[in-house]
Design a protein around this ligand. Structure first.
Ligand code: GLN
Length: 480
Protein backbone atom coordinates (compact mmCIF):
# COMPACT_ATOMS: atom_id res chain seq x y z
CA UNK A 1 0.00 0.00 0.00
CA UNK A 2 2.76 2.50 0.79
CA UNK A 3 4.17 1.95 -2.70
CA UNK A 4 1.09 3.15 -4.56
CA UNK A 5 0.22 6.63 -5.70
CA UNK A 6 -1.46 9.35 -3.68
CA UNK A 7 -4.39 9.37 -6.06
CA UNK A 8 -4.93 5.61 -5.70
CA UNK A 9 -4.72 5.95 -1.93
CA UNK A 10 -7.22 8.76 -2.05
CA UNK A 11 -9.69 6.55 -3.91
CA UNK A 12 -9.10 3.63 -1.54
CA UNK A 13 -9.75 5.91 1.43
CA UNK A 14 -12.93 7.30 -0.12
CA UNK A 15 -14.15 3.76 -0.84
CA UNK A 16 -13.40 2.67 2.72
CA UNK A 17 -10.90 0.05 1.52
CA UNK A 18 -8.30 1.30 3.95
CA UNK A 19 -8.19 3.81 6.75
CA UNK A 20 -5.99 6.80 7.31
CA UNK A 21 -4.88 5.32 10.62
CA UNK A 22 -3.75 2.15 8.87
CA UNK A 23 -1.83 3.97 6.14
CA UNK A 24 -0.38 6.57 8.52
CA UNK A 25 0.90 3.77 10.77
CA UNK A 26 2.39 2.03 7.73
CA UNK A 27 4.21 5.22 6.71
CA UNK A 28 5.50 5.73 10.25
CA UNK A 29 6.76 2.13 10.24
CA UNK A 30 8.46 2.71 6.88
CA UNK A 31 10.14 5.84 8.29
CA UNK A 32 11.35 3.86 11.31
CA UNK A 33 12.68 1.17 9.03
CA UNK A 34 14.39 3.31 6.39
CA UNK A 35 15.20 6.72 7.78
CA UNK A 36 18.39 5.68 9.58
CA UNK A 37 19.84 5.19 6.11
CA UNK A 38 17.94 7.85 4.15
CA UNK A 39 17.82 10.68 6.69
CA UNK A 40 14.89 12.46 5.02
CA UNK A 41 13.25 13.65 8.24
CA UNK A 42 14.41 16.19 10.79
CA UNK A 43 11.36 15.73 12.99
CA UNK A 44 8.47 13.30 13.16
CA UNK A 45 5.17 14.24 14.77
CA UNK A 46 3.83 10.77 15.43
CA UNK A 47 1.16 11.83 17.92
CA UNK A 48 -0.07 14.70 15.74
CA UNK A 49 -0.15 12.50 12.66
CA UNK A 50 -2.09 9.71 14.33
CA UNK A 51 -4.57 12.20 15.79
CA UNK A 52 -5.13 13.75 12.34
CA UNK A 53 -5.55 10.27 10.84
CA UNK A 54 -8.12 9.37 13.48
CA UNK A 55 -10.03 12.58 12.82
CA UNK A 56 -9.99 11.84 9.10
CA UNK A 57 -11.31 8.32 9.67
CA UNK A 58 -14.13 9.73 11.78
CA UNK A 59 -15.35 12.02 8.98
CA UNK A 60 -18.25 10.68 6.98
CA UNK A 61 -17.64 13.08 4.13
CA UNK A 62 -14.06 13.48 2.87
CA UNK A 63 -12.91 17.10 2.82
CA UNK A 64 -10.79 16.73 -0.34
CA UNK A 65 -8.72 14.13 -2.23
CA UNK A 66 -5.97 14.81 0.34
CA UNK A 67 -8.15 13.83 3.29
CA UNK A 68 -6.34 11.17 5.34
CA UNK A 69 -3.25 11.21 3.12
CA UNK A 70 0.16 11.17 4.92
CA UNK A 71 2.42 13.99 3.74
CA UNK A 72 5.46 15.90 5.03
CA UNK A 73 6.77 19.45 4.80
CA UNK A 74 10.19 20.91 4.11
CA UNK A 75 11.44 22.50 7.29
CA UNK A 76 11.22 25.98 5.67
CA UNK A 77 7.45 25.84 6.18
CA UNK A 78 6.02 26.89 9.55
CA UNK A 79 4.01 24.40 11.58
CA UNK A 80 2.25 25.75 14.67
CA UNK A 81 3.62 24.11 17.80
CA UNK A 82 6.12 21.99 15.86
CA UNK A 83 9.74 23.18 15.71
CA UNK A 84 10.77 24.75 12.39
CA UNK A 85 14.48 25.37 11.79
CA UNK A 86 15.11 26.00 8.06
CA UNK A 87 17.97 23.54 8.60
CA UNK A 88 19.84 26.19 10.60
CA UNK A 89 21.23 26.29 14.10
CA UNK A 90 20.10 29.91 14.30
CA UNK A 91 16.47 28.74 14.37
CA UNK A 92 16.91 25.63 16.47
CA UNK A 93 14.31 25.55 19.19
CA UNK A 94 12.00 27.92 17.31
CA UNK A 95 8.40 26.80 17.78
CA UNK A 96 6.18 28.76 15.38
CA UNK A 97 3.10 30.36 16.94
CA UNK A 98 1.11 29.82 13.72
CA UNK A 99 0.94 27.70 10.60
CA UNK A 100 2.12 28.82 7.17
CA UNK A 101 -0.85 29.31 4.87
CA UNK A 102 0.13 26.18 2.92
CA UNK A 103 0.27 24.17 6.16
CA UNK A 104 -3.15 25.47 7.18
CA UNK A 105 -4.54 24.67 3.74
CA UNK A 106 -3.25 21.09 3.85
CA UNK A 107 -4.70 20.64 7.33
CA UNK A 108 -8.04 22.08 6.20
CA UNK A 109 -7.98 19.64 3.28
CA UNK A 110 -7.64 16.79 5.80
CA UNK A 111 -4.02 15.85 5.02
CA UNK A 112 -2.00 14.10 7.73
CA UNK A 113 1.33 15.85 8.40
CA UNK A 114 3.93 13.29 9.45
CA UNK A 115 6.77 15.69 10.10
CA UNK A 116 9.43 18.01 8.74
CA UNK A 117 11.98 17.14 6.10
CA UNK A 118 15.67 17.98 5.82
CA UNK A 119 17.08 20.71 3.59
CA UNK A 120 20.17 22.76 2.91
CA UNK A 121 20.47 25.52 5.51
CA UNK A 122 17.95 28.24 4.54
CA UNK A 123 17.50 26.32 1.26
CA UNK A 124 20.93 27.46 0.08
CA UNK A 125 22.49 24.53 -1.70
CA UNK A 126 21.94 21.74 -4.18
CA UNK A 127 22.75 18.63 -2.16
CA UNK A 128 21.08 18.92 1.29
CA UNK A 129 24.58 18.65 2.79
CA UNK A 130 24.60 22.18 4.19
CA UNK A 131 21.86 21.30 6.69
CA UNK A 132 23.14 22.06 10.18
CA UNK A 133 21.66 18.80 11.45
CA UNK A 134 22.18 15.82 9.18
CA UNK A 135 22.81 14.61 5.66
CA UNK A 136 20.12 13.07 3.51
CA UNK A 137 20.97 10.15 1.23
CA UNK A 138 19.49 9.34 -2.16
CA UNK A 139 17.14 6.37 -1.70
CA UNK A 140 18.19 5.03 -5.13
CA UNK A 141 21.92 5.09 -4.25
CA UNK A 142 22.58 5.65 -0.57
CA UNK A 143 26.13 6.91 -1.06
CA UNK A 144 24.85 9.72 -3.29
CA UNK A 145 23.09 13.02 -2.77
CA UNK A 146 19.33 13.33 -3.18
CA UNK A 147 19.97 16.82 -4.59
CA UNK A 148 18.76 19.94 -2.86
CA UNK A 149 17.83 22.06 -1.30
CA UNK A 150 14.54 20.17 -0.78
CA UNK A 151 16.44 16.86 -0.67
CA UNK A 152 14.55 15.52 2.35
CA UNK A 153 11.19 16.14 0.68
CA UNK A 154 12.25 14.38 -2.53
CA UNK A 155 13.86 11.47 -0.67
CA UNK A 156 10.84 10.93 1.61
CA UNK A 157 8.53 10.51 -1.39
CA UNK A 158 11.04 8.30 -3.21
CA UNK A 159 11.60 6.12 -0.12
CA UNK A 160 7.83 5.51 0.20
CA UNK A 161 7.82 7.19 3.62
CA UNK A 162 4.84 9.33 2.64
CA UNK A 163 2.63 10.06 -0.37
CA UNK A 164 3.62 13.64 -1.08
CA UNK A 165 5.61 16.52 0.29
CA UNK A 166 6.04 20.24 -0.10
CA UNK A 167 9.32 21.93 -0.89
CA UNK A 168 10.49 25.37 -1.91
CA UNK A 169 12.19 26.33 -5.15
CA UNK A 170 14.26 29.51 -5.49
CA UNK A 171 16.64 28.32 -8.20
CA UNK A 172 15.70 24.68 -8.72
CA UNK A 173 15.31 23.26 -5.23
CA UNK A 174 12.17 21.30 -6.09
CA UNK A 175 12.91 20.26 -9.67
CA UNK A 176 16.57 19.28 -9.20
CA UNK A 177 16.08 16.86 -6.26
CA UNK A 178 12.93 15.50 -7.95
CA UNK A 179 15.04 14.66 -11.01
CA UNK A 180 17.75 12.99 -8.92
CA UNK A 181 15.22 10.94 -6.88
CA UNK A 182 12.82 9.69 -9.60
CA UNK A 183 9.85 11.73 -8.40
CA UNK A 184 7.74 14.53 -9.87
CA UNK A 185 8.49 18.03 -8.54
CA UNK A 186 6.59 21.15 -9.52
CA UNK A 187 7.56 24.78 -9.03
CA UNK A 188 4.40 26.84 -9.59
CA UNK A 189 4.34 30.28 -11.18
CA UNK A 190 5.67 32.98 -8.85
CA UNK A 191 2.54 34.19 -7.05
CA UNK A 192 0.48 31.01 -7.53
CA UNK A 193 1.04 29.76 -3.99
CA UNK A 194 1.16 31.80 -0.78
CA UNK A 195 4.51 32.21 0.94
CA UNK A 196 3.00 33.50 4.16
CA UNK A 197 4.72 31.57 6.95
CA UNK A 198 7.44 30.21 4.69
CA UNK A 199 10.97 31.17 5.70
CA UNK A 200 12.17 33.74 3.15
CA UNK A 201 15.35 33.18 1.16
CA UNK A 202 15.11 35.35 -2.00
CA UNK A 203 11.63 36.77 -2.16
CA UNK A 204 11.51 37.63 -5.86
CA UNK A 205 12.33 33.99 -6.69
CA UNK A 206 10.92 31.76 -3.89
CA UNK A 207 7.92 29.52 -4.53
CA UNK A 208 6.38 26.61 -2.64
CA UNK A 209 5.46 23.49 -4.58
CA UNK A 210 4.70 19.77 -4.37
CA UNK A 211 6.55 16.49 -4.80
CA UNK A 212 4.65 13.34 -5.75
CA UNK A 213 5.39 9.96 -7.23
CA UNK A 214 3.13 10.70 -10.21
CA UNK A 215 2.11 13.79 -12.15
CA UNK A 216 -1.46 13.43 -10.91
CA UNK A 217 -0.25 13.33 -7.30
CA UNK A 218 1.68 16.58 -7.80
CA UNK A 219 -1.42 18.12 -9.41
CA UNK A 220 -3.64 17.10 -6.47
CA UNK A 221 -1.21 18.62 -3.98
CA UNK A 222 -0.95 21.84 -6.00
CA UNK A 223 -4.73 22.03 -5.99
CA UNK A 224 -4.63 21.90 -2.22
CA UNK A 225 -2.23 24.83 -1.79
CA UNK A 226 -2.78 27.20 -4.74
CA UNK A 227 -4.58 30.53 -4.65
CA UNK A 228 -4.61 34.11 -3.51
CA UNK A 229 -3.90 34.65 0.18
CA UNK A 230 -4.69 37.94 1.94
CA UNK A 231 -1.65 37.29 4.18
CA UNK A 232 0.74 37.37 1.22
CA UNK A 233 0.54 40.52 -0.91
CA UNK A 234 2.65 38.83 -3.59
CA UNK A 235 0.20 35.97 -4.07
CA UNK A 236 -1.62 36.53 -7.34
CA UNK A 237 -5.30 37.20 -7.69
CA UNK A 238 -5.64 34.74 -10.56
CA UNK A 239 -8.34 32.09 -10.80
CA UNK A 240 -7.17 28.59 -9.86
CA UNK A 241 -8.18 26.05 -12.52
CA UNK A 242 -8.62 22.33 -11.98
CA UNK A 243 -5.11 20.90 -12.35
CA UNK A 244 -6.42 17.37 -12.95
CA UNK A 245 -9.33 17.82 -15.41
CA UNK A 246 -7.10 18.19 -18.48
CA UNK A 247 -4.33 15.86 -17.36
CA UNK A 248 -5.19 13.03 -19.74
CA UNK A 249 -5.77 15.21 -22.80
CA UNK A 250 -2.48 14.23 -24.40
CA UNK A 251 -0.17 16.39 -26.47
CA UNK A 252 -1.77 16.26 -29.90
CA UNK A 253 -1.12 19.59 -31.58
CA UNK A 254 0.89 20.91 -28.65
CA UNK A 255 3.99 22.89 -29.70
CA UNK A 256 7.06 21.91 -27.71
CA UNK A 257 10.35 23.82 -27.86
CA UNK A 258 13.75 22.31 -27.17
CA UNK A 259 16.12 25.14 -26.18
CA UNK A 260 19.51 24.76 -27.80
CA UNK A 261 21.25 26.50 -24.88
CA UNK A 262 20.07 23.88 -22.36
CA UNK A 263 22.28 21.20 -23.83
CA UNK A 264 25.30 22.57 -22.02
CA UNK A 265 28.98 21.67 -22.17
CA UNK A 266 29.91 19.08 -19.61
CA UNK A 267 26.42 17.62 -19.50
CA UNK A 268 26.11 13.88 -19.01
CA UNK A 269 25.51 12.62 -22.58
CA UNK A 270 22.96 10.11 -21.30
CA UNK A 271 20.85 12.99 -19.96
CA UNK A 272 21.00 14.87 -23.27
CA UNK A 273 20.02 11.66 -25.07
CA UNK A 274 17.16 10.96 -22.63
CA UNK A 275 15.76 14.45 -23.24
CA UNK A 276 15.85 14.04 -27.02
CA UNK A 277 14.25 10.63 -26.56
CA UNK A 278 11.48 12.26 -24.50
CA UNK A 279 10.94 14.77 -27.30
CA UNK A 280 10.62 11.93 -29.82
CA UNK A 281 8.13 10.14 -27.62
CA UNK A 282 5.97 13.25 -27.40
CA UNK A 283 6.27 13.80 -31.12
CA UNK A 284 5.04 10.26 -31.69
CA UNK A 285 2.11 11.12 -29.39
CA UNK A 286 1.15 14.01 -31.66
CA UNK A 287 3.17 17.01 -30.45
CA UNK A 288 5.11 19.30 -32.75
CA UNK A 289 8.67 19.59 -31.54
CA UNK A 290 11.05 22.29 -32.69
CA UNK A 291 14.38 23.65 -31.62
CA UNK A 292 14.27 27.12 -30.06
CA UNK A 293 16.81 29.56 -28.72
CA UNK A 294 16.92 31.32 -25.34
CA UNK A 295 20.04 33.37 -26.06
CA UNK A 296 20.61 34.94 -22.63
CA UNK A 297 20.62 31.60 -20.78
CA UNK A 298 24.38 31.74 -20.31
CA UNK A 299 24.02 34.76 -18.00
CA UNK A 300 21.39 33.22 -15.74
CA UNK A 301 23.79 31.69 -13.23
CA UNK A 302 25.73 34.95 -12.73
CA UNK A 303 22.50 36.96 -12.46
CA UNK A 304 21.03 34.53 -9.94
CA UNK A 305 24.14 34.56 -7.76
CA UNK A 306 23.88 38.35 -7.48
CA UNK A 307 20.12 38.66 -6.98
CA UNK A 308 19.51 35.66 -4.70
CA UNK A 309 22.32 36.50 -2.23
CA UNK A 310 21.36 40.20 -2.29
CA UNK A 311 17.79 39.36 -1.27
CA UNK A 312 19.01 36.75 1.21
CA UNK A 313 21.34 39.23 2.93
CA UNK A 314 18.34 41.47 3.50
CA UNK A 315 15.91 38.70 4.50
CA UNK A 316 18.37 37.10 6.92
CA UNK A 317 19.04 40.39 8.74
CA UNK A 318 16.10 39.52 10.99
CA UNK A 319 18.05 36.72 12.73
CA UNK A 320 19.62 38.88 15.39
CA UNK A 321 19.58 36.60 18.41
CA UNK A 322 16.79 38.66 19.95
CA UNK A 323 13.54 37.59 18.37
CA UNK A 324 13.86 33.92 17.55
CA UNK A 325 16.13 30.94 17.77
CA UNK A 326 19.74 30.89 18.86
CA UNK A 327 21.06 33.61 21.18
CA UNK A 328 24.75 33.88 22.11
CA UNK A 329 25.40 33.57 25.82
CA UNK A 330 26.96 36.27 27.98
CA UNK A 331 27.14 39.03 25.36
CA UNK A 332 27.82 42.36 27.05
CA UNK A 333 26.44 44.73 24.42
CA UNK A 334 23.80 44.66 21.76
CA UNK A 335 26.20 44.69 18.79
CA UNK A 336 28.21 41.90 20.40
CA UNK A 337 24.98 39.91 20.85
CA UNK A 338 24.12 40.31 17.16
CA UNK A 339 27.60 39.45 15.98
CA UNK A 340 28.07 36.42 18.17
CA UNK A 341 24.58 35.03 17.66
CA UNK A 342 24.97 35.28 13.89
CA UNK A 343 28.55 33.95 13.89
CA UNK A 344 27.48 30.94 15.96
CA UNK A 345 24.10 30.40 14.34
CA UNK A 346 24.80 30.52 10.60
CA UNK A 347 26.79 27.88 8.73
CA UNK A 348 29.50 28.57 6.13
CA UNK A 349 27.30 28.57 3.00
CA UNK A 350 24.82 31.00 4.53
CA UNK A 351 27.65 33.30 5.63
CA UNK A 352 29.08 33.16 2.10
CA UNK A 353 25.70 34.22 0.65
CA UNK A 354 25.25 37.03 3.18
CA UNK A 355 28.70 38.38 2.34
CA UNK A 356 28.13 38.10 -1.42
CA UNK A 357 24.78 39.82 -1.14
CA UNK A 358 25.92 42.56 1.20
CA UNK A 359 28.82 43.30 -1.13
CA UNK A 360 26.56 43.40 -4.20
CA UNK A 361 24.24 45.87 -2.50
CA UNK A 362 26.89 48.09 -0.93
CA UNK A 363 27.36 51.74 -1.91
CA UNK A 364 29.48 52.01 -5.02
CA UNK A 365 28.78 48.45 -6.19
CA UNK A 366 24.99 48.44 -6.18
CA UNK A 367 24.64 49.75 -9.75
CA UNK A 368 27.48 47.66 -11.13
CA UNK A 369 26.12 44.39 -9.71
CA UNK A 370 22.55 44.46 -8.47
CA UNK A 371 21.02 46.89 -10.95
CA UNK A 372 22.89 45.32 -13.84
CA UNK A 373 21.77 41.84 -12.79
CA UNK A 374 18.16 43.05 -12.76
CA UNK A 375 18.57 44.38 -16.30
CA UNK A 376 19.93 41.06 -17.55
CA UNK A 377 17.10 39.33 -15.70
CA UNK A 378 14.69 41.30 -17.90
CA UNK A 379 16.48 40.03 -21.01
CA UNK A 380 16.15 36.45 -19.76
CA UNK A 381 12.42 36.97 -19.20
CA UNK A 382 12.06 38.47 -22.68
CA UNK A 383 13.74 35.38 -24.19
CA UNK A 384 10.94 33.30 -22.68
CA UNK A 385 8.23 35.75 -23.83
CA UNK A 386 9.53 35.41 -27.38
CA UNK A 387 9.80 31.62 -27.15
CA UNK A 388 6.24 31.28 -25.87
CA UNK A 389 4.99 33.09 -28.96
CA UNK A 390 6.19 30.09 -30.94
CA UNK A 391 5.70 27.16 -28.57
CA UNK A 392 3.33 26.15 -25.75
CA UNK A 393 5.84 24.42 -23.51
CA UNK A 394 9.60 24.09 -23.29
CA UNK A 395 11.23 20.72 -22.72
CA UNK A 396 14.80 20.44 -21.43
CA UNK A 397 16.99 18.32 -19.22
CA UNK A 398 16.38 19.09 -15.53
CA UNK A 399 19.97 18.63 -14.35
CA UNK A 400 23.36 18.46 -16.06
CA UNK A 401 24.32 15.23 -14.23
CA UNK A 402 22.75 12.39 -12.27
CA UNK A 403 23.11 12.19 -8.47
CA UNK A 404 26.76 12.54 -7.46
CA UNK A 405 28.54 10.94 -4.47
CA UNK A 406 27.97 12.70 -1.15
CA UNK A 407 30.84 15.01 -0.29
CA UNK A 408 32.06 15.34 -3.88
CA UNK A 409 31.26 19.01 -4.45
CA UNK A 410 31.37 20.23 -0.87
CA UNK A 411 34.70 22.02 -1.15
CA UNK A 412 33.88 23.61 -4.48
CA UNK A 413 30.95 26.06 -4.21
CA UNK A 414 31.10 26.92 -7.92
CA UNK A 415 30.77 23.27 -8.96
CA UNK A 416 27.72 23.09 -6.65
CA UNK A 417 26.22 26.29 -8.13
CA UNK A 418 26.63 24.84 -11.63
CA UNK A 419 24.12 22.11 -10.76
CA UNK A 420 21.40 24.81 -11.07
CA UNK A 421 22.14 26.11 -14.57
CA UNK A 422 19.09 24.48 -16.11
CA UNK A 423 16.58 25.21 -13.39
CA UNK A 424 17.18 28.81 -12.34
CA UNK A 425 16.24 30.75 -15.50
CA UNK A 426 12.66 29.66 -14.79
CA UNK A 427 12.78 31.34 -11.35
CA UNK A 428 14.33 34.51 -12.77
CA UNK A 429 11.41 34.68 -15.21
CA UNK A 430 8.77 33.65 -12.62
CA UNK A 431 7.50 30.77 -14.77
CA UNK A 432 6.03 27.41 -13.74
CA UNK A 433 8.35 24.44 -14.18
CA UNK A 434 8.34 20.77 -13.32
CA UNK A 435 10.58 17.77 -13.43
CA UNK A 436 9.21 14.35 -14.30
CA UNK A 437 11.13 11.04 -14.32
CA UNK A 438 12.08 10.14 -17.87
CA UNK A 439 14.80 7.48 -17.77
CA UNK A 440 17.08 5.29 -15.74
CA UNK A 441 20.78 5.76 -16.50
CA UNK A 442 23.08 2.87 -17.40
CA UNK A 443 24.42 3.22 -13.85
CA UNK A 444 20.90 2.74 -12.46
CA UNK A 445 20.31 6.38 -11.49
CA UNK A 446 17.18 8.48 -12.11
CA UNK A 447 17.04 11.06 -14.93
CA UNK A 448 14.40 13.81 -15.02
CA UNK A 449 12.97 15.89 -17.84
CA UNK A 450 11.99 19.51 -17.21
CA UNK A 451 8.91 21.22 -18.66
CA UNK A 452 8.56 25.01 -18.48
CA UNK A 453 5.34 26.86 -19.22
CA UNK A 454 3.79 30.28 -19.64
CA UNK A 455 2.96 32.16 -16.43
CA UNK A 456 -0.03 30.55 -14.66
CA UNK A 457 -0.20 27.78 -17.24
CA UNK A 458 0.63 24.90 -14.92
CA UNK A 459 -2.12 22.83 -16.56
CA UNK A 460 -0.21 22.60 -19.83
CA UNK A 461 3.09 21.48 -18.31
CA UNK A 462 1.21 18.95 -16.18
CA UNK A 463 -0.55 17.63 -19.27
CA UNK A 464 2.71 17.33 -21.23
CA UNK A 465 4.45 15.65 -18.29
CA UNK A 466 1.57 13.22 -17.92
CA UNK A 467 1.79 12.31 -21.62
CA UNK A 468 5.46 11.46 -21.13
CA UNK A 469 4.80 9.60 -17.88
CA UNK A 470 2.20 7.46 -19.60
CA UNK A 471 4.86 6.17 -22.00
CA UNK A 472 7.62 5.81 -19.41
CA UNK A 473 5.91 4.87 -16.18
CA UNK A 474 8.89 5.06 -13.87
CA UNK A 475 6.62 5.67 -10.86
CA UNK A 476 6.57 1.96 -10.10
CA UNK A 477 10.37 1.83 -9.91
CA UNK A 478 10.99 1.87 -6.16
CA UNK A 479 14.36 1.97 -4.46
CA UNK A 480 15.45 -1.55 -3.55
N1 GLN B 1 20.80 25.59 -5.31
C1 GLN B 1 20.35 26.95 -5.45
C2 GLN B 1 20.96 27.80 -4.37
O1 GLN B 1 21.78 27.30 -3.69
C3 GLN B 1 18.87 26.99 -5.41
C4 GLN B 1 18.33 26.80 -4.06
C5 GLN B 1 16.83 26.85 -4.02
O2 GLN B 1 16.14 26.75 -5.03
N2 GLN B 1 16.33 27.07 -2.83
O3 GLN B 1 20.66 28.93 -4.20
Amino acid sequence: MIHGSLSDLSEALAAGKTSSTEITSACLAQIRETDDQVGAFLRIDEAGALAAAKASDARRQKLSPLDGVPVALKDMILTAGLETTAGSRILSGFIPPHDATVTAKLKAAGAVILGKTNLDEFAMGSSTESSAFKKTHNPYALDRTPGGSSGGSAAAVAARQCFGTLGTDTGGSIRQPAALCNVVGLKPTWGRVSRSGVVAFASSLDQVGPFGRTVRDAALLLQGIAGRDPHDATSADVAVPSFTDTLEQGVKGLKIGLPREYFVDGMDPEIAAATREAAKTLEAAGAQVKEISLPHTKHALAVYYVIAPAEASSNLARYDGVRFGHRAKDAKQLIELYERSRAEGFGPEVKRRIMLGTFALSAGYHDAYYVKAQRVRTLIRQDFDEAFREVDVILSPATPTCAWPLGEKLDDPLAMYLMDVLTLPCNLAGLPGLSVPTARSSGGLPIGAQFLGRPFDEVTILRAARALERERDLSTWSPS
